[in-house]
Design a protein around this ligand. Structure first.
Ligand code: MD3
Ligand code: FE
Length: 206
């Protein structure tokens, strides 16, 4: 079913459960070429969430700032090609939420282990904030924190579970959001972790 969680945000509960094994296999293929790593924030802090990317561009962070780039800073190689199953899943979900012609050039893969969290932030490094972001959740559940357009406003919480997909667009695209520290657990597909995959369209050609 499709739940409107905001004027431009739609949750498809359990929508990718049947593709879980194939999606995790695709993630494993990507991280065999571009391993999970803990990026450093511009302020010098190590992120608890480990990240990798596939697609034409990847999101990176270091002392110089946040940005998208076509090469993996660990190897100097281009990011792995986005597996077809990932691209097809993202495009199909965007279309179901009313966003046609979604052509993501970035697929950011986040790995959360027990205690890992993501502080409240906005996703605004993409040149094109008119394109939505599609997110897929796999493995252990997480508490998602969802605020407004200002950091200081009230927040709501909801659980993102294995198999959930969310499309975030329109006026919800720039909302502050984060993830509470992951609770320890065991999942048959991902063992001790949660995998979150986000698809973005930067519109950047370099
Ligand atoms: C709401 N990831 O990678 S996914 C991120 O679970 C990120 O790993 C979280 O926030 C995670 O930037 C949340 C859901 C999500 C992604 C992007 C959004 C929610 C969003 C952009 C705008 C509003
Ligand atoms: Fe985000």
């Amino acid at each position: 079913e499709q739940l409107a969680i905001g004027p431009g945000a739609f949750c498809f509960k359990g929508a990718i459960i049947q593709d879980g094994v194939e999606i995790i296999r695709a993630v494993n293929d990507v991280v065999a070429k571009a391993e999970f790593r803990h990026l450093i924030t511009p302020g010098g802090r190590r992120m608890s969430v480990a990240m990798s990317n596939c697609g034409r561009q990847g999101w990176v962070s270091d002392h110089a700032g946040y940005r998208y780039q076509t090469t993996d800073p660990l190897t100097g190689n281009a990011w792995p090609v986005m597996p077809r199953i990932l691209l097809a899943t993202a495009q199909s979900l965007a279309a179901r939420a009313g966003f046609g012609n979604f052509n993501p050039d970035v697929c950011l893969i986040n790995r959360y282990r027990a205690g890992d969290r993501m502080g409240l932030h906005q996703d605004r490094d993409e040149g094109n904030v008119t394109a939505p972001i599609v997110s897929l959740s796999l493995g252990l559940p997480a508490t998602f924190i969802w605020g407004g357009l200002q950091r200081s406003g009230p927040t709501q919480r909801f659980i993102l579970e294995h198999g959930d997909a969310v499309v975030w667009g329109g006026e919800d695209r720039l909302r502050f959001h984060g993830v509470a520290p992951l609770k320890a657990g065991e999942h048959p597909l991902t063992k001790d972790c949660r995998i979150n995959i986000t698809f973005r369209q930067t519109g950047s050609l370099d």
